[in-house]
Design a protein around this ligand. Structure first.
Ligand code: WTA
Length: 650
């Protein structure tokens, strides 16, 4: 643990240079935090009234708890998510820019006001209604990073439809299994996508996904590039032809606070992804309040989150959080290095971005390209620069702080998960001293604890290491796993009874700062993309030649972790090429899950009961062959030197 402490940059607290932060001292943070923990009902009740518009007020703040997994917030309340994100602002300030789209090719940006957003969302909602979709139906969204993706989210929300967004880097097979699991009736997509100068054949991928998929009645296709794409009427419908038929106002469908807003698939310890379900009011409140305080949102800010809308970060911090606050949010279609490694900085300068939110993998990549790409761009609009998705190493943090932030910006290292819905550990920009690599302290209303992994005993005080849990329910926590509440209980709430289990290791240092150590389960993170080793293993085993597979996450300087796989082949499959196996993973999951290395071996290290000892494989790959640990349960020790040899020769 590094002990470097950076105080809040004085510029942020100087009212001649920056707007006054909402929380401008650590004492203020502590006071509000303590109140939020002492009386959560009073705290969240007040925030819910202030930050959301209710069509019918709630009477009860919270019922249920972590013990039984029956948490419900604001249960009598009724509201609509799209009304909260759009109408309130469109009524007060229709010409304010809601979304700035920064297209893949530089110089092509588009600005959409709150007034225009209301029109587009209404037209789409009326289209969806005319297709017979009703409250509670699920809709799959498989879209590139274009404003119409946000329009699709919000049109679903307007009608109480449950969106299930699938990251557009997933393969046909991965998309199909998500469509089937959620019984989605409609898929919203685009003809093609563009990213980093390349074309992504979005519609073709959807077509393959829908082979043998009976729930889907229609595919609504937005024309992004205009290239010829396969189109099969009457199933397929063009977005521009349908929307034109409908009026630009659609009354919002008022839903209950606990009605689902969306589901989002995420990887866990087993091969099958889980559809994490978020409830409308609690999720919106979490998104609104964390956006306001973590990014210290102020009226004239231009906020840019570089994530993809297909992941939770895109849901909460490109769309819902900013729009709930009436902010201007940048939707970035490209990559940090297209056409050059200056792209982020050009975008910041052009749009005068005040808060930039990205991932450690991008920061490390840009750091490697060198400071010349940053210099010469006017970054003086930036006040707050954020990081999310994986632990950020102190060297990358310092580079971000010094070179990008010129020591004049607060760095917010925000820790959270798909399941938490919104940020749970983070510094507040005007208040919290920063330690590079630490997500510092809990957000309001979040009571973290460190448990001893084996016993579940709560470790009190400072200077402790263990697993991270949360002690009390918070509004934006996931309510269930779609059609699988039992799995929800087993994954999050039954591991340590009475606590929410994050799956992450953590340290709390002598000053009480939290340091996330990474996953303690079989989840790995490649460039901040969350992958399950079991999911990659089952993709490999689905190849005709593969008998067994063991996947491990290996440290990688750029991507945080990368995937290595060990496979044994079926008899007579010795000629199988490794590249074929890589292709198999790309086909079943998507290119971003492709193993960096695959080792073919005659056997894997297994216990006598047949369990693969991945721990041993990890040590062999990292070169720690003299620290293999206890091998007494190994069925056939002679495999160890064979594996060491294979890895060394590769
Ligand atoms: C990891 C992404 C360290 C963590 C929002 C978590 C982090 C998983 C941080 C969730 C951070 C996220 N520091 N680790 N600031 N943020 N993680 O569901 O392991 O894609 O459990 O949500 O990312 O990934 P997910």
């Amino acid at each position: 643990m590094s002990d470097t402490v950076h105080q809040v940059p004085s510029r942020l607290l100087d009212s001649s240079k920056c707007p006054k932060p909402h929380i401008d001292s650590f004492e203020k943070y502590k006071k509000i935090y303590e109140e939020s923990i002492k009386d959560p009902q009073a705290f969240w009740g007040k925030q819910a009234k202030e930050l959301l518009h209710w069509h019918k007020p709630f009477e009860t703040v919270l019922t249920g708890g972590l013990e039984h997994g029956d948490v419900a917030w604001f249960r009598e309340g009724e509201l609509n998510a799209s009304y909260n994100c759009i109408d309130r602002h469109a009524l007060a300030n229709p010409d304010k820019v809601a979304i700035i789209h920064e297209a893949d090719e530089p110089g092509n940006s588009r600005r959409i006001t709150y007034g225009e957003l209301l029109h587009e969302v209404s037209r789409l909602a009326n289209t969806l209604k005319s297709l017979g979709l009703k409250k509670g139906d699920t809709v799959a969204i498989y879209m590139p990073m274009i404003p119409e993706a946000a329009v699709a989210f919000l049109a679903c929300a307007r009608l109480g439809l449950v969106h299930s967004v699938v990251f557009a880097g997933f393969s046909s097979e991965a998309l199909r299994s998500r469509i089937i699991d959620a019984s989605s009736k409609l898929v919203i997509t685009a003809d093609e996508g563009r990213r980093g100068g390349k074309t992504i054949h979005t519609k073709k991928i959807v077509d393959v996904a829908l082979e043998g998929c009976s729930t889907v009645e229609h595919v609504l296709v937005f024309r992004r590039t205009g290239s010829e794409v396969p189109f099969s009427a009457p199933r397929d419908l063009w977005w521009h032809e349908e929307l034109e038929k409908h009026r630009p106002y659609c009354p919002p469908e008022i839903v209950n606070a606990e009605d689902p807003l969306f589901l989002l698939y995420t990887s866990g310890s087993t091969g099958k992804p889980k559809g994490v379900v978020h409830a409308t009011a609690g999720y919106l409140l979490g998104a609104a309040i964390t956006f306001k305080y973590t990014f210290d949102y102020q009226e004239n800010d231009v906020y840019g989150c570089m994530a993809d809308i297909g992941w939770i970060t895109g849901h909460t911090y490109i769309i819902y959080g900013p729009l709930l606050n009436g902010a201007t949010t940048v939707l970035f279609e490209s990559t940090p290095v297209y056409p050059t490694a200056s792209r982020y900085w050009e975008v910041v300068a052009q749009h005068k971005i005040t808060q930039l939110y990205t991932a450690p993998t991008a920061i490390r990549l840009l750091r490697r390209f060198g400071n010349d790409y940053v210099k010469g761009h006017d970054l003086s609009s930036l006040r707050i620069i954020g990081s999310v998705g994986e632990p950020i190493n102190p060297e990358a943090w310092e580079w971000y702080y010094e070179v990008v932030g010129r020591k004049e910006c607060s760095v917010v290292d925000t820790y959270w998960q798909t399941e938490t819905g919104s940020i749970v550990l983070t510094p507040l920009p005007g208040a919290t001293p920063m330690k590079p690599g630490s997500a510092t302290f809990p957000f309001f209303g979040i009571e973290p604890a460190v448990l001893e992994a084996e016993t579940g005993k709560e470790l009190e005080g400072n200077d402790v290491e263990g697993v991270l849990v949360i002690k009390n329910p918070w509004p934006s926590m996931a309510r269930t796993v779609y059609n699988n509440h039992h799995r929800y209980m087993d994954t999050y709430l039954n591991v340590y009874k009475g606590y929410y289990f994050t799956g992450d290791g953590v340290g709390r240092d002598h000053d009480g700062f939290y340091w996330i150590r990474g996953r303690v389960d079989d989840v790995i993170s490649v460039s901040g993309h969350r992958l399950s080793t079991a999911e990659i293993e089952s993709a490999l085993i689905s190849h005709q030649s593969v008998a067994e597979a063991a996947v491990i996450g290996v440290h990688d300087d750029l991507t945080g972790q990368c995937v290595h796989a060990f496979c044994t082949l079926k008899p007579d499959q010795g000629g199988t090429d490794v590249s074929e196996l890589v292709l198999q993973v790309r086909k079943v999951i998507g290119p971003f899950a492709a193993p960096k290395k695959i080792y073919i071996s005659s056997d894997l290290p297994k216990t006598r009961s047949g369990k693969i000892m991945r721990r041993v494989l990890r040590k062999i790959v990292s070169g720690e062959t003299n620290q293999l640990g206890d091998l007494s349960t190994l069925a056939d020790p002679s495999i160890i030197p064979v594996l060491i040899d294979i890895v060394q020769k590769s």
